[in-house]
Design a protein. Structure first.
Length: 215
């Protein structure tokens, strides 16, 4: 009998950008830890995101749609003070040990390749606003990387171009808050919130977020 091939996992590796230059590293870490805990609570990933050495984090999500949505929400939870670079991988994962948990395999290699690609974007002026990339392990027949990366690039570029106030608006809308509530918090009118959504391209980000959740 032939050995069954392991089911692909959706892996995520990320790290903070420029966090070591912060004057208050403890405050950055606290905010980072809260953001990770919130993503874990919202998405309940099979292997929750966990923070490691050097502000790096990793975890495994149930679906690619969850991973794409989670990376957006984690980034918005940290911006504008701290940015985050994230790689999403598709491939099988091997559990080498349970306590403490040690994993390896093509899924993690793909995520590492993806975050390396995101880091490379940062060295190229036209792509500097792109903070997330996706890669599939060799031989895995998952969603096409070119299509997923096109969506990630467009999303990230829009987010990178937002003002801090518009980032707050987008963050609130993704949390399901009403425009009136967001306006009250920011001290602006609901119509001003609507204008920001239209003018800043947030409607595209919100629509794309709904579409990719099914991946």
């Amino acid at each position: 009998m032939s050995e069954m091939k392991p089911k692909p996992s959706v892996t995520v590796i990320g790290d903070l950008v420029g966090s070591r230059r912060s004057a208050d590293r403890a405050a950055v870490h606290d905010r980072f830890a809260r953001a990770v805990a919130e993503v874990n609570a919202s998405f309940a990933p099979p292997v929750p995101l966990r923070i490691g050495v050097g502000d790096e984090f990793q975890g495994i999500f149930a679906t690619l749609g969850d991973a794409v949505a989670a990376t957006l929400r984690l980034r918005l939870a940290l911006l504008p003070d701290v940015d985050v670079r994230q790689g999403i991988g598709w491939g099988s994962v091997l559990v080498l040990a349970e306590e403490p948990r040690v994993e390896d395999g093509p899924g993690w290699w793909a995520a590492r390749s993806a975050i390396d690609a995101a880091e490379d974007y940062g060295r190229r002026a036209p792509l500097r606003g792109v903070r997330t990339a996706y890669a599939a392990a060799e031989g895995e027949h998952g969603p096409a990387p070119a299509l997923v990366n096109a969506a990630l690039m467009t999303r990230d570029q829009i987010v990178s171009g937002l003002s801090p106030r518009s980032m707050s608006v987008l963050d609130g809308l993704l949390r399901g808050r009403l425009q009136q509530e967001i306006a009250d918090d920011l001290g602006i009118s609901p119509s001003a919130v609507s204008q920001r959504v239209r003018a800043d391209g947030m409607g595209v980000v919100l629509a794309a977020d709904d579409l990719v959740r099914g991946l």
